[in-house]
Design a protein around this ligand. Sequence first.
Ligand SMILES: [Zn+2]
Length: 335
Amino acid sequence: MKRNLILVLVLGCSLVLPWQVTVAQGLPDFVALIDTEDVMAHVRALSVAIGARPMGSQAEALAADYVAAALADWGYEVTVQEFETTPPGADEEGAASQPVTSRNVIGVRPGDEAMVVIGAHMDSVTDGTGAGDNASGVAVLLAAARALADFDTQHTLVFIAFGAEEGGDPSGADVYVESLGEGVDNVIAMLNVDSVGVGTTLNVYAGAVITWPEEEGAAPTIEGGPVWVRDTALDLAEELGLPFGTTPEETWGGFTGDWSDHYAFVLAGVPVAYFEAWQWAGAEDPWWGQETAEGDVMHSPDDVYENVVPEKVEMTAELVAATTYAIASGMAGAE
Ligand SMILES: [Zn+2]
């Protein structure tokens, strides 16, 4: 009995001995907790059982039901935020599309008033089945939510599966940020997961305000925002042995552009990290990059389940869970 008590005390203390304190060592072992099959089951559910999920479609609504049921099952408080949105011009003349109804699924685990938001979009284009873009990101969100459900954190966790990212006006992320009003100041970090199943290398970027010049192919102006969320993720990746990089120095320099759901948060002044599998080295267009050495799979008929690399999705889920925990527990934050 007594010996056990001493052992417990020793183990308890060993967590805080100064020479042992690194962020990674104070974390739950998310690499062990998250496995390939659980992550890929979500990719299958979304891209095989449901299939392509264009905004406003019944398939997008089914994906929302799937995410809502999973988050509720793990103890998150789930709300669904419905909104009207206009898809990008659908016909060849670019005539305006009719508005459709889309939705965000929001799962909250309450803590103090500071919020850490983890987001991924559910909708897809109609070429292929949106397996990489972005069933893979939603699978990461769900796997991280499942793994984090068992660990208390100081700050509030908010998992959001967004609708209408693929050119919806407004996008689900626009609608969510707008709905927070001044409460957006309580969002201390936003982690966006978009297309992590296919690209050549795994990456994490920081957010920047982007201005594109008139001239085609010219370099954009990049007004870099806070980098601590990206750097927390990159440091953790190194400690956990996960192979993540970022954008090249000569182009984006560790930042990313104005596409995807993070950008609504960037414009509201929220520090972001954006997780993506992509290829930057040797890309034909250095500002766009390419998804693989052979070119892009995303938004093509090849964006199907068979082309998703399980390990990429799994490793991203492990890093997103670890980064979220480190920030939400106060182990990592703004300098
Ligand atoms: Zn996407």
